[in-house]
Design a protein around this ligand. Structure first.
Ligand SMILES: [Zn+2]
Length: 421
């Protein structure tokens, strides 16, 4: 009996992720104050338990403190990715979701979560498990309970789509009855029923495919809408009833307009946005999540010259419209769509949003301040302030003059626990 309990303790000790029992001071040459978009030199953070106790150029050193000197680096809030897929890895998406079992995919997702955390991402929104259903809730719960390392997560289960719509296993022999990666709903009532089932299984929010079958026709970007405004409104109301949000994959009009009218939380991809959609997004603080990295990756990894031309044509239209969106004051969050390209490389999205026309400070505020709001952790993450979770990373150099330093995170702390040093 005695031996068994010791073994149990050892097992727990080796597999659980625990906080240190002493305060920690992080010291570095610089610290990013995200809200003002300015640097504090030098930068120090006092961490007690899972929270930040003090921030400044010289913080208190309580009894028993451990000081970690990070040298010529900048302390930055833990990075946020508002659009990820833990359950996808590079390679043909259709084949992996059809050929790999959900248990296999869950192991892959757990490894991906660790890779994202080690790259500095301490909070993420998983935009659809792509046929793995509520297995994403299991990964979230394992992270939250300290069984495995990973970012804090918001998960949606499968995305919701219409019959014959986006991700409905199109292109297979119909006699094979291939199950779609999405959960299907064809009316407002069906949307509400699917949402309730997903909430029962652990979803934090709802993801809806609002457009599908993207094409460039005569130089114009098109993609048919999947739900009407009243249908989406019913979905948003049902989510709001239990304090949750709806996010849409939407690439073109009029689908995006219907989503904005219905009051979704974010419009992801947002390749081209109409004027009225932009007006509503500003009024209701609906975030656009451009996901440039996935477009860049697909253009660089196309299967044929014709496919590459299609990707590059779409990207050119998207880029031109993004400049228009920035000038019009659209509220943005930062999401990469990582999964189809390798996990742990998605800080590239921050770099691309600067390359495509935003200032580094504006991109950091979109990623961290707006990201925290979108994920439902406003006032808890996304800034280095007293009372916030101690989600802190260190990067070489100055992210305000070269945002790409975020792609080289040297130190990672989440909730006061050091994961990378
Ligand atoms: Zn996605």
């Amino acid at each position: 009996m005695k031996r068994l309990s010791i073994a149990a303790v050892l097992l727990f000790a080796s597999f659980s992720i625990a906080q240190t029992d002493h305060p920690i001071v992080l010291h570095a040459a610089r610290l990013l104050d995200v809200k003002s978009g300015k640097l504090i030199k030098p930068g120090e953070v006092l961490v007690e338990g899972d929270r930040i106790a003090e921030v400044g150029t010289s913080v208190a050193r309580p009894k028993g403190v451990e000081v970690i000197d990070l040298g010529d680096r900048t302390l930055v809030p833990g990075l946020i990715d508002a659009h990820i897929h833990l359950f996808l890895h590079p390679g043909a998406e259709d084949l992996q979701t059809v050929q790999e079992s959900v248990p296999q995919r869950t192991i892959t997702a757990t490894v991906a979560a660790r890779e994202d955390l080690m790259a500095g991402f301490t909070a993420e929104r998983d935009m659809g498990s792509e046929g793995a259903g509520s297995a994403d809730s299991a990964v979230r719960n394992a992270i939250d309970s300290g069984q495995v390392p990973g970012p804090r997560l918001r998960v949606s289960g499968n995305a919701i789509s219409i019959l014959s719509g986006h991700e409905d296993a199109l292109g297979y022999n119909p006699a094979q009855k291939v199950i779609p990666n999405s959960d299907q709903a064809n009316s407002a009532d069906e949307l509400v029923a699917v949402e309730r089932a997903q909430f029962k299984e652990g979803a934090d929010f709802i993801k809806i495919y609002q457009t599908g079958h993207d094409e460039v026709v005569n130089g114009r970007f098109t993609s048919p809408f999947q739900y009407t405004e009243p249908q989406l409104e019913a979905a948003v109301k049902e989510a709001a009833r239990v304090g949750r949000k709806v996010a849409v994959h939407a690439t073109a009009e009029p689908g995006e307009l219907y989503a904005a009218q219905a009051g979704v939380a974010s419009i992801d991809h947002a390749n081209v946005l109409g004027d009225e959609t932009i007006r509503l997004m500003k009024e209701k603080q609906i975030f656009a999540v451009p996901t440039f990295t996935i477009f860049e990756y697909f253009a660089g990894h196309a299967a044929s010259p014709a496919a590459e031309k299609r990707e590059r044509d779409m990207l050119a239209i998207k880029l031109a419209d993004f400049k228009r969106q920035v000038a019009a004051g659209v509220p943005f969050a930062v999401g990469s769509d990582v999964g189809p390209f390798p996990h742990g490389t998605q800080a590239r999205e921050y770099t691309l949003m600067v390359k495509n026309g935003m200032t580094p400070a504006a991109v950091l505020q979109a990623g961290l301040i707006n990201g925290a709001k979108l994920l439902g952790w406003e006032g808890q993450i996304g800034s280095l302030e007293k009372g916030y979770f101690a989600d802190i990373v260190a990067v070489p150099g100055d992210p305000l003059s070269d945002i790409s330093v975020l792609e080289h995170v040297a130190f990672v702390m989440k909730a006061g626990v050091v994961y990378k040093k």
